[in-house]
Design a protein around this ligand. Structure first.
Ligand SMILES: Cc1cc2nc3c(=O)[nH]c(=O)nc-3n(C[C@H](O)[C@H](O)[C@H](O)COP(=O)(O)OP(=O)(O)OC[C@H]3O[C@@H](n4cnc5c(N)ncnc54)[C@H](O)[C@@H]3O)c2cc1C
Length: 455
């Protein structure tokens, strides 16, 4: 039995930073990783996908070069080089997490699958470790939906997509949400035919209807086929072709493609951790139940990141580390409920989001809404990237900002100017009276706030 002050299971976005803080405070720390250091974001999520989105953007802009007065020949995409660039950037990040952890004083790294043996004991390989504090940062994985025929056809997910170094002739993407849309647009730009099949009546259903509709227009303008209301999806293989039977209201009853990507949600890595031996409670979807300071129902065990179902993003997992460290080491009672929801959809142009959607806000507040098309943002016009719009939702009584969406060039960055005023908990006039740099997307946020109207 090896005894430590703390055990960290998983090296996602919370575990390594927490291990470093705990070790720096003088604790003896064990870190356990079963596969790739850095977890999802580094190896099969944010970093590789955004690297590939950048390659896809380069191809897209090169095809449009003549619009900017730049001569360019036919554009070719070399998928092996796209993958090599992605592998290099993602690999550097993985190596740096691994070497950082292995070089930390007071920290021992174990490579293998961790399982609880009791509320204080974890086994990895043939070794047993014990500690009075155990932090779970085991993340999640792609879920496989119970679609008819799913066991009879080959399919890709976000992990296996990382090995693709060829151009699928026709990629069928099942799932019209964040991951599916990013992969769908990038492969269309690489040169594949792409069909996105979504069971619901619109894409990214968490967003307002006008945002979903604008995203659909952007993707369709690039030649992506979108099949909505695909209530009952049946998968089959005929020769080399994969077929997806779709009960859509409109269009052909079957989509035929060369490759299939399932992008239909994720599930937490909690089913193979031996949580029952520790008595740690999960909800009906397998997420570990935590309180506002990320403590599980078992004293001395915390859960951080995607496995607790409170975030689902790299920045929320990292914030979980900050909350746990602040409570444990800094006597600073930070909480999950201090956090304002924010995220981006990294299609091009991207969608930056913060706070409530308009439809969510309208359920509980009397709201004012400001809106501006990107065709009326001079920076977007100058860049030749005028798709999308931005909107902001304000509480009529308190004059505080409730939420915003910026679907347009630079939307993933510009959203922070709104988010920070929300964190400051100030009325919208603070940002309306601020002088922003010309020409930027942000400079139109004060103008948009000057044109607020009742919803
Ligand atoms: C395609 C894709 C794109 C994404 N893009 C974005 C984006 O642009 N922005 C964003 O904010 N988020 C994005 N995300 C989400 C983001 O990747 C995750 O929210 C983030 O990685 C946080 O994960 P985590 O810290 O909970 O754990 P993870 O990063 O999932 O890491 C968990 C680690 O624990 C290890 N592990 C699991 N079980 C055990 C065990 N029993 N023993 C030992 N080790 C174990 C795993 O091997 C893994 O290394 C994306 C996700 C995907 C799939």
């Amino acid at each position: 039995m090896n005894t430590y002050d703390a055990i960290v299971i998983g090296t996602g976005q919370a575990g390594p930073s927490l291990a470093s803080r705990l070790a720096a405070s003088g604790m003896q720390v064990a870190v356990i990783e079963r596969k790739l250091f850095g977890g999802t974001c580094v190896n099969t999520g944010c970093i590789p996908t955004k690297t590939m989105v950048a390659s896809a953007y380069a191809a897209h802009l090169a095809r449009r070069a003549v619009e900017f007065g730049v001569g360019a020949g036919p554009v070719t995409v070399e998928m092996k080089l796209v993958k090599a660039r992605k592998d290099l950037i993602s690999g550097q990040s993985r190596t740096s997490v691994e070497s950082w952890l292995k070089s930390l004083q007071n920290c021992t790294v174990y490579e293998g699958h961790a399982r609880f043996e009791s509320a204080r004991e974890v086994s990895v390989g043939g070794v047993r470790l014990s500690a009075p504090r155990i932090f779970i940062n085991t993340g999640g994985r792609a879920s496989v939906p119970p679609l008819e025929g799913v066991g009879e056809v080959p399919y890709l997910n976000n992990s296996s997509m990382m090995g693709v170094d060829f151009l699928p002739r026709h990629l069928i993407v099942v799932g019209g949400s964040y991951i599916g849309l990013e992969f769908g647009q990038m492969f269309r730009r690489f040169g594949s035919e792409v069909t996105i099949v979504e069971m619901g009546p619109r894409l990214v259903q968490r967003e307002d209807e006008d945002v979903s509709a604008a995203i659909k227009d952007i993707l369709e303008a690039e030649g992506i086929q979108i099949r909505l209301n695909a209530k009952c999806i049946r998968l089959s293989k005929r020769g080399e072709e994969i077929r997806a039977g779709v009960d859509c209201k409109d269009g052909e009853p079957e989509v035929a493609g060369s490759h299939l990507l399932l992008a239909v949600g994720r599930r937490p890595n909690t089913d193979d951790l031996g949580l029952d031996k520790a008595g740690v409670a999960t909800d009906d979807r397998g997420y570990i139940v935590v309180d506002d300071q990320l403590r599980t129902n078992v004293d001395g065990i915390w859960a951080l990141g995607d496995c607790n179902g409170k975030g689902g993003f790299t920045h929320t997992s990292y914030n979980d580390f900050e909350i746990a460290a602040a409570n444990l080491l800094d006597n600073d009672p930070r909480r999950v409920s201090d956090r304002i929801p924010t995220y981006a959809l990294f299609i091009d142009p991207p969608l930056g989001r913060c706070g409530l959607t308009q439809s969510e806000a309208a359920k509980t507040h009397k709201i004012l809404v400001g809106q501006r098309a990107m065709t009326r943002v001079s920076r977007a016009v100058e860049k030749g990237e005028t798709q999308g719009f931005m909107k902001i939702v304000v509480d009529e009584g308190t004059k505080k900002i409730l939420g915003a969406a910026i679907l347009g060039v630079g939307g993933d960055e510009a959203i922070h100017s709104i988010l920070d005023v929300m964190y400051a908990d100030k009325p919208y006039a603070v940002i309306q009276r601020a002088v922003h740099i010309h020409p930027t997307v942000c400079e139109l946020i004060p103008t948009m706030l000057g044109e607020l109207k009742p919803a």
